[in-house]
Design a protein around this ligand. Structure first.
Ligand code: GDP
Ligand code: MN
Length: 418
């Protein structure tokens, strides 16, 4: 689960990481009031679940196509739909509360396109108004799980404020990786050693040590899979501050984290939320045009591979889970059908615990209830398959049946092209 920058900063502050004073707001008026309270000279920051906001592009309406995005990248100023007077994106430094209000007005309600949002961008519904500092130097720090070592690892660099992947590609030596023994944690003295290794100014060593130690504590306490501060800065007067923050909470730990206050469903894919609420194992929207309904994650992966092999593109990953309710199949079919890209639906069910007759009944009910017009290619096998076939035949509906997955995929690709 992703959370917003302002929430990540609250979390970090709780664990002793120094962060700028700031207030999250949803209107331009609130932005002005917050800026006034902070002394006028502030940073106005778009809160979306994506990075690269500083170099992002603001557009008045959703950029719908990749071509439009390419144009945006090339010349944001001339881009049709670009917000008037705003060449660049989601992080603005202003000198007064009135300017903060004006910038807030330009940003709120518009779409911010960054290298992480994809061409459609994300609608900005919230801003963080934060005190502004004169920055002398920007650094990078993050804690994440090293899968190979099986421990957390602290990653730091002097090359802060830019995409760390690019730094890693250009100059791998600029990045330090420090494995953390969970039984020892990451105490402040180790943080101070790290600050010295980074050749930070002498006057900042103690503050930086506290920042690293606090970052690790916040990572641990929030069950994060990643906690990143990019950048943390040294100000002109030698203060150390986390200027940006990103925390991703491991979904497996959601049950013991304050998800109700941290989760922002408006940032998530609406169809994925629908699937979650319907009790569907897992649904992930993709860009292709063949909707997939499959039971089991492994079978779903194999189905997607086979579609690609047949020259098609899956519209989604869907593991419907153990199918034992007709209603579950009805809702899953509905969700797949809601995707405007979908041209054909491939149903690949191998009934073990799942029963093919339940799936067949669900498909027939969904087609009637939601008036689904797309061709449905069904490859059904396993428990109660005869009864399932009988239900499909008796429905009088136009199913395209297939005996194996290869045949089903080829038929689905053909149907999606028709
Ligand atoms: P991101 O682009 O989404 O990663 O957003 P950040 O919060 O990292 O902001 C991008 C950049 O804005 C930072 O790397 C800084 O260079 C700059 N920035 C943010 N806050 C301040 C500030 O208080 N003062 C100054 N001078 N620059 C800031
Ligand atoms: Mn950043």
């Amino acid at each position: 689960m992703k959370i917003h920058e302002y929430q990540a900063k609250d979390l970090l502050a709780t664990h002793g990481v120094p962060v700028p004073r700031g207030v999250a707001v949803t209107t331009a008026r609130e932005a002005k009031r917050a800026a006034n309270d902070l002394g006028g000279k502030v940073v106005v920051k778009a809160q979306i679940h994506a990075g690269g906001r500083g170099k992002g592009r603001l557009v008045a309406k959703q950029a719908q196509t990749a071509a439009m995005y390419a144009k945006l990248e090339a010349s944001p100023a001339t881009m049709e739909g670009a917000v008037k007077g705003s060449r660049v994106g989601g992080v603005r430094l202003v000198g007064s509360a009135d300017r903060a209000q004006a910038e807030a007005k330009k940003i709120l309600g518009n779409f911010l396109v960054t290298h992480q949002t994809g061409p459609a961008g994300k609608k900005v519904q919230r801003l963080l108004i934060e005190e502004q500092f004169a920055i002398a130097d920007e650094y990078y720090a993050a804690v994440l799980i090293d899968g190979a070592l099986g421990t957390p690892v602290m990653i730091v660099s002097r090359e802060g404020g830019q995409a760390i992947e690019e730094v890693a590609a250009r100059d791998p030596k600029a990045i330090l990786r420090v494995p953390i023994d969970p039984s020892e944690g990451f105490p402040a003295y180790r943080g101070r050693q790290l600050a010295k290794q980074l050749k930070m100014p002498h006057a900042t060593i103690f503050q930086a040590g506290a920042l690293f130690a606090g970052l690790y504590r916040a990572f641990l306490a929030s069950d994060a899979s990643m906690a990143e501060i990019n950048p943390f800065v040294v100000t002109a007067d030698n203060r150390v501050l986390a200027v940006d923050a990103k925390v991703t909470i491991d979904d497996n730990a959601a049950f013991r984290q304050p998800v109700a206050t941290l989760r922002d469903k408006s940032e998530e894919e609406p169809m994925e939320i629908m699937a979650e609420e319907a009790g569907i194992g897992s649904y992930i929207k993709l860009d292709g045009n063949i909707g997939c309904m499959v039971n089991g994650a492994g079978l779903a992966m194999a189905t997607m591979d086979t579609i690609k092999l047949a020259g098609g593109e899956p519209a989604n990953f869907l593991d419907i889970g153990t199918v034992n309710r007709v209603e579950l199949v009805v809702e899953a079919t509905h969700i797949i059908n809601l995707d405007p890209n979908v041209k054909a639906i491939l149903v690949n069910i191998f009934g073990g615990m799942a029963r093919v007759d339940v799936v067949a009944e669900g498909l027939v009910a969904a087609i009637k209830k939601y008036r689904i017009k797309h061709p449905i290619i069904a490859r059904l096998n396993g428990s109660n398959v005869e009864e399932g076939r009988r239900i499909i035949e008796a429905s009088g509906l136009d199913f395209i049946l297939a005996d194996d997955l290869g045949e089903a995929a080829r038929k689905a690709v053909k149907a999606a092209r028709a």
